[in-house]
Design a protein around this ligand. Structure first.
Ligand code: ADP
Length: 263
């Protein structure tokens, strides 16, 4: 039996097809989010790769910022629940999830049964989100997937003092024109994101095992800066940008099983 999870985020759309609630058949990501062709492209992608037809998928759960606009979904579930389910499946024993996406950052506290206990979210300000890193990568004439490796080359511990993305961008331009090396600037950018996100995490209460998820978890530089800031190791599951969609596919399977049990 096949189920699908689709995570229609602010900047990227992700899809996962599961067989029998435990085997990942296919995963697809496109770099456009809510309100775009992203959901149709992800659907076409997962069907094309798996060789399945829409009718073969027994239940679809949509999550993410654009979840209410996907008409094929049987059910919508919040990103908080889907990330919690996806991460608990991949990393049993997780107690704190730090999810950094394109436009927001969240910390979710998880209990010993793998269920969400509480959460704290920043959705008001781009600083401390993927958007901040996207803007900074643009100023530095690089791409977000290069930032982790660049920060490894840093040889100076520096700070970005501006907390607002627009002012931080001006500060980075001024550092560049003063001849500060790109790796040192990138490391300072990561530190600034880590400080923001860890402030949020501390409000939720940080307890090991800490797992980082969302697209920004692919940036090893941000992960290292968070470890330093929390003074705790941070686990990154494989394919961390997919955990919301995976959680949605798992919850799709579990919802279907519950419905079958009732009938
Ligand atoms: P959303 O669900 O809000 O669309 P995601 O969890 O998909 O957000 O994360 C999107 C963010 O992930 C982007 O803003 C970008 O900064 C970051 N990102 C995407 N791909 C990579 C990558 N390969 N390496 C580092 N960061 C990445």
């Amino acid at each position: 039996m096949y189920t699908m999870g689709i995570d229609i985020g602010s900047t990227a759309t992700k899809g996962v097809i599961l067989r029998d609630g435990n085997e990942i058949i296919t995963t697809v990501k496109v770099n456009v989010g809510a309100g775009t062709s992203g959901s149709q492209r992800v659907l076409d992608g997962v069907l094309g790769q798996s060789g399945l037809a829409v009718g073969d998928i027994k239940y679809i759960v949509a999550t993410g910022y654009g979840r209410n606009r996907f008409e094929l979904a049987d059910h919508q579930i919040s990103e908080l629940s889907c990330h919690t389910r996806g991460v608990s499946y991949l990393v049993p024993g997780v107690r704190t999830i730090i999810d950094i996406g394109g436009q927001d950052a969240k910390t979710i506290k998880v209990n010993n049964k793998g269920r969400m206990e509480n959460f704290v979210m920043n959705e008001k300000c781009a600083a401390g989100t993927g958007r901040f890193l996207d803007v900074m990568a643009g100023v530095l004439e690089t791409t977000v997937d290069q930032l982790g490796a660049l920060s490894m080359l840093a040889d100076q511990d520096m700070d970005i003092s501006a907390t607002c993305t627009v002012f931080a961008e001006s500060e980075v331009i001024s550092l560049l024109s003063n001849g500060v090396s790109i790796p040192n600037i990138v490391a300072a950018i990561h530190k600034s994101v880590a400080k923001r996100v860890c402030g949020l995490a501390r409000r939720a209460g940080v307890e090991p095992l800490v797992v980082m998820t969302g697209g920004v978890a692919q940036n090893s530089g941000v992960a290292r800066a968070i470890e330093k800031e929390l003074n705790l190791p941070v686990t990154i599951p494989p394919n961390p940008q997919m955990t919301g969609a995976l959680g949605a596919a798992l919850l799709a399977y579990e919802t279907l099983k519950e419905k079958e049990a009732v009938v």
